[in-house]
Design a protein around this ligand. Sequence first.
Ligand code: SF4
Ligand code: SF4
Length: 400
Amino acid sequence: MKILKKDVSRRQFLKEVTTGLFDLTIIPSVSRDSQSKLKDRPFIYRTLGKTGLKLPIVSMGVMNANNPNLVSAALDAGIILLDTAWYYQNGRNEEMIGEVIKDRPRNSYVISTKIFEPRDRITDRFPANAKSDTFVAKFETSLRRLGLDYVDLLSIHNIYKPEDVLFEPYLNAMLKLKKEGKTRFIGLSTHQNEPAIIREARVSKKYDVILTAYNFRQAHRKEIEGEMELAVKEGMGFVGMKAIAGSVYNIGRKVHVNAKAALKWALQNENIHTNIAGFTTFDQMETALSVMENLKLTPEEEADLEGSKHYSSLYCQQCEVCRSQCHAGLDIPTLMRSYMYAYGYKNLQAAKEALNQGQISRIACIDCDSCNVRCAMGFDVRERALSLSKIQDVPESFLV
Ligand code: SF4
Ligand code: SF4
């Protein structure tokens, strides 16, 4: 059979990016030794603001995990909060969690899920004619997949603009669902414009919890910290995300973020009540849990984080400096987020989903010889965008 050039590049691409999540043929379970080791682990708890939920400071962001034994082991080890979303792994993520929790007491875990709704391509806002029905229908699907009558936390997934914090169709839908007992608390998640979005949410007094990106690489971390401080004083709960800032500094995967140091760094801020660590292996879970032994950074860990500034990163801080620079109007922040999912997290499905969310059906860099985009973090935007173009050829069925 003749092998087309396109097929070769697709195969090479899949080989490059899939070493962890999608090539698992044997799903390991946790060993007895590991179980007892995990049970002996000291835990630090914080209260998630006015929800009153007392949680270990390390929670599980299930997004990239596809191993039910790992999720089970996390709960057995003492983790309480599992964070998922309607679109993760095309719904399989919620289904997997549903399987894991079905025989466990309902008060032994806390489930957080998020509903993503599309934005207007030009304004990046929710479309003015959006209705609550789609949001509610997606949430009902999430409940079915999880096998639950209610979740503990329901959030609007990834608000881009502070003006959308009070977007009535979705906010009112969540308030109604809360009243009906289908969610105990409501929240939002934010990966960009975090300070302004946190401020809007605080002033509105409508939200219980915010899931925010927060890590040692963010240039605007001081602004985030200032807004968190104010919001926590008014009872807001905070769940930290993206603590390890993309996991690796380059796609050759030669230089890894010191995950333990990065997680410690985020959790030293007591306004982060818990952090959803995105571990996908038992070793990574042990590393995440081990931060609770001592949150103080060792001199080596401090040096690792400090030294990181000499490297570029896979983490796009979504600062939007590049937003208006591309003459083809590409949504570069979304492209760079997708790139991080593909090459940092090894999660092709999430990478493709990000492209779909940004309605990026074609990567214009293919026909563009000179790139005028200057990224605030020094990324070679064209090179990264081109390497992503291959994802669009990968059939959905291959990714789920
Ligand atoms: S690509 Fe660079 S400039 Fe654009 S949002 Fe990301 S970090 Fe900022
Ligand atoms: S190379 Fe890509 S990102 Fe750069 S200007 Fe051209 S289309 Fe825009």
